[in-house]
Structures are given as structure tokens and as C-alpha cells.
Design a protein around this ligand. Structure first.
Ligand SMILES: [Mn+2]
Length: 475
């Protein structure tokens, strides 16, 4: 191996985003992050993922923090390291499709506040839902030389998802003008030898760098990375050890050590990584003690591989059945999930398609008749409002659930009129920065509650100052 050409593998560190989203419900506050930023900046990571996904919602809703402020503080601290975020295509970081002007504005502000790399995905892998985000990023890149659009394919198994499918998608992504590709395996379904086959085929089809993202849920993730790196993958997503494994990513230090002395050597200093782990370990203990980190999520969940269903989807299903006193129907629903998925065009199972398929499967079993009742979201998928699925949807189910209704075949956002002006008009009494309009666009109620809280805090601060100066205000 010594005479092989050097090809160091990059690592994206996820502790500031996916790792704490996966293990402690995205509850790590900014104050916990800032003291370690300077050290993390010394590692030489390919990038640090620190924003997007659920961090935005959790900051406003639970931590009462301005997510934009967090981003600016992190940008301030990371002088040498690229910052990455996760972006849900046309849904941005919210739960509905937005007009293109909101998408473009969000991308502009994300980069302006410090993001370098935007990872964009769609729950149906409908690339049309990603184009507006890619175009917005490329516009900034052309203007400022900053901004990188990475398209993530939601990895899944099924009849439609052949090697040829993934290779074709890689070629299309290159044509769309993206800068890199990510294979996003949210459930840990990609097993080691399949990963080698997949990466090799995709590398032959595209010149774009390929990054692999997986979760340790099913226990195979570090082996999958090993085979993927040997097959030529450029970057792998890892988490520093106290926030690795279980439903999170493989441990950074373990992967660094694995490739030491090989052509894939990262060159990262284990002593610096050890100091970063030392910093996070007491926080992990604290999370365990408070119950925020449940030891259950740290084990191997083999059902994920067995049923090809993400772990989070199974636990949702169990709680839905419990509410209905129907836990004995667990295996009936497990059998129904792949059937519903087929009816809906065999989509990947990732937010929100995983919830839509899971909930409909529960309905179908409990009602004693398939599609006797369909959820609002199932109807929307059947109408084409989420986009195009890789396989055709069942005509029989369409006729039963939305008889005679018109279906959409265009890009869904083409039907949404620009909405920035309207959103700004709705929230202008709270606006202190342009970014507030975007927070409001994503989570109108949660953001408004946060704006009220922020104002109360600001007034309290003023009161205190006035108090000490004049002693004129009652406490
Ligand atoms: Mn993930």
C-alpha cells in the first residue's frame, strides 16, 4: 500500500448538528458549543456540520435562541473550517413547500451569515425540488466565490433502486450544476459490500466528489465507511466519540485511526481530537443523568435491517399503536408498510415520507379496510403535491382516495406564488433583522413566540440598567 497514490479521506464532523439531533433531540445550546470551537478549528476537518436540519426549529422552540445568532457566533469562531448545513430542498427547514423567492432568500442569508456548504435533499429524490436551491447557491458563488451546493440522495432499498438508478441520478446531479453528491443513508441500511459497489459505480459515472452519510443504528456503519473509502468515497460524516454510535454517526477518532498510515490517512492529530472528546464527555454524562440521552438509542437496532424501516419510524408506529390499544397489530403494520410504500410509488423513507407511509399503514390495519380512511398527507402525495415518485403510484388507490381529482405533474413550487412580501407584512412589528422574516416563514407560531420572548428579555435588560442608574423602577 505504501507505493499507492495518497488520497486522504475527508471527515465532516457532525457533533454540532446531526449527532446531537440524533442522540439528544437537538438540544445542545450554543453556549455548549462555543468554548470548543477554537480547538475544533485546528483539526483540519473537511467541514463542520452545525446548522439546518432540526437545529433551527429546536433553537427557537426549546432553547429560546436565535438560530441566526448561533450561526454568526460559530462563523466568528471557525476561522479556517468550512461550515455546512442541511436543507430540505423546497421545504427549506420547515414542513411545507415554499415559493422560490423564500428559498433564494434563505440561501442568501445562510451564506451571508456564515454557511459554506449547503446539503440539499428531497424526500422523494425528485431533483426538480432541489433545483431552486442549487441555482440560488450558484448565483452567490458566481458573485462572491463562496457557496457550495451539495445534492444528497436519500438512500433506500426497493425494486426501483438499482445500481443503474443511483448512477443515473449521479449524472443528472452533475448536469444540474451541483458541486458534490452525498449519499444520505438516514436509517443505516447501506451495508459494507453494497457500499463498495455503489461508490465504485458512482465514481465511474461522475467527476463530482462523493460524500457518504450514515447512522450507526444497525451496527454496520464503520465497516460501510471502510469499504466506501477503499472504493473511492471522498468524505465521510463522523461524530466525536462521546456523541458517536447508536443513532448517531461512527466515531471520528476511530475512523482517523483506521486510515492512519494508509493512502487514505486523514492527517488529523489524535491529541487534538482527544481534547475535543474530553470536552464533550462530561456533557454526555450530564445528558445521560438527566435522561436527555436515553441509553436505548446507543445500542444496535437490528430491526432496521430486517424490515428496512428507519428506527425512528418504528418507534413512532409503536406509540401510535399504543394510543389505540392495538400493540398486538405491530407485525400486521410492519407487513403493511412496504405495501403502502409501493402504492405511493416506492419513495425513500425519510422525513416527511416516512411519517406519511407509517401513519397510513397504521390506518389501513386498524380500519380493517385499506384506504377506508386516508390522511391529508397521503392525499397530497397521491395528487403529486410532494413531487414525482420513482415508480408510478397505484391507479386503484388513486381512484379510491382522490376520485376524479386533478393531479399535478409539474414541479410543485411552480404553483406557489412569491410570498416574501406577504410574510414580511404579517410579522413586521417583530422584525429586528432581515433574517427574522425567514424564521417567521418557517415556523410562524414558534418564531412569533420567540420574538415576544426576545423583546421581553431586551426590555428587562433595559429595566435593570435603569434600575441601577436611577433606582427609580420597582423590581
Ligand atoms: Mn443524518
Amino acid at each position: 500500500m505504501a507505493d499507492q497514490v495518497k488520497k486522504p479521506v475527508g471527515i465532516m464532523e457532525t457533533v454540532l448538528r446531526d449527532a446531537h439531533q440524533s442522540l439528544i433531540a437537538t438540544r445542545m445550546p450554543t453556549d455548549m458549543m462555543l468554548p470548543i470551537v477554537e480547538k475544533m478549528d485546528k483539526v483540519g476537518y473537511h467541514a463542520v456540520e452545525c446548522w439546518g436540519g432540526a437545529t433551527f426549529d429546536a433553537s427557537l422552540r426549546f432553547l429560546k435562541e436565535d438560530p441566526w445568532e448561533r450561526l454568526r457566533k460559530l462563523r466568528d469562531g471557525f476561522k479556517n473550517t468550512k461550515l455546512q448545513m442541511l436543507f430540505r430542498g423546497q421545504n427549506i427547514l420547515g414542513y411545507r413547500p415554499y415559493a422560490d423567492d423564500v428559498v433564494e432568500n434563505f440561501v442568501e442569508k445562510s451564506v451571508a451569515n456564515g454557511i459554506d456548504i449547503i446539503r440539499i435533499f428531497d424526500c422523494l429524490n425528485d431533483l426538480r425540488n432541489l433545483q431552486a436551491t442549487v441555482d440560488a447557491t450558484n448565483k452567490i458563488k458566481a458573485r462572491e466565490g463562496r457557496g457550495h451546493a451539495q445534492i444528497a440522495l436519500s438512500y433506500t432499498l426497493g425494486d426501483a433502486y438499482t445500481l443503474e438508478y443511483w448512477v443515473n441520478m449521479a449524472k443528472k446531479i452533475e448536469e444540474m450544476g451541483a458541486d458534490s453528491i452525498c449519499i444520505k443513508d438516514m436509517a443505516g441500511l447501506l451495508v459494507p459490500y453494497k457500499a463498495a459497489e455503489l461508490i465504485k459505480a458512482m465514481k465511474e459515472a461522475t467527476k463530482l466528489p462523493i460524500q457518504l452519510h450514515t447512522h450507526y443504528t444497525s451496527g454496520v456503519a464503520s465497516m460501510t465507511y471502510l469499504k466506501a473509502v477503499e472504493a473511492g468515497v471522498d468524505v465521510i460524516d463522523c461524530a466525536i466519540s462521546p456523541f458517536a454510535l447508536g443513532t448517531s454517526q461512527p466515531a471520528t477518532e476511530v475512523m482517523v485511526e483506521t486510515f492512519k498510515g494508509t493512502p487514505y490517512d486523514t492527517g488529523y492529530d489524535q491529541n487534538v481530537l482527544a481534547e475535543i472528546a474530553d470536552y464533550f464527555r462530561p456533557y454526555r454524562d450530564e445528558c445521560l443523568a438527566s435522561g436527555l440521552l436515553n441509553p436505548k438509542v446507543m445500542g444496535v437496532d437490528i430491526k432496521t435491517l430486517l424490515y428496512q424501516v428507519p428506527g425512528g419510524m418504528l418507534s413512532n408506529m409503536v406509540s401510535q399503536l399504543k394510543e389505540q390499544n392495538a400493540e398486538d397489530r405491530y407485525y400486521d403494520v410492519l407487513k403493511e408498510i412496504p405495501e403502502v410504500r409501493k402504492d405511493l410509488g416506492e419513495p425513500p423513507l425519510v422525513t416527511p415520507s416516512s411519517q406519511i407511509v407509517g401513519t397510513q399503514a397504521v390506518f389501513n390495519v386498524l380500519m380493517g379496510e385499506r384506504y377506508k380512511m386516508a390522511t391529508k398527507e397521503t392525499k397530497a402525495v397521491l395528487r403529486g403535491e410532494y413531487g414525482q415518485t420513482v415508480k408510478p403510484m397505484s391507479q386503484e388507490v388513486i381512484d379510491k382516495v382522490i376520485p376524479g381529482e386533478e393531479r399535478i405533474t409539474c414541479r410543485p413550487a411552480d404553483l406557489i406564488e412569491n410570498e416574501m412580501d406577504k410574510l414580511e407584512a404579517e410579522m413586521k412589528e417583530w422584525k429586528q433583522q432581515d433574517e427574522d422574516v425567514l424564521s417567521y416563514a418557517l415556523f410562524p407560531q414558534v418564531a412569533t413566540d420567540f420574538f415576544k420572548y426576545r423583546q421581553a428579555q431586551q426590555e428587562k435588560v433595559d429595566m435593570t440598567q435603569a434600575d441601577t442608574k436611577n433606582a427609580a423602577y420597582p423590581v
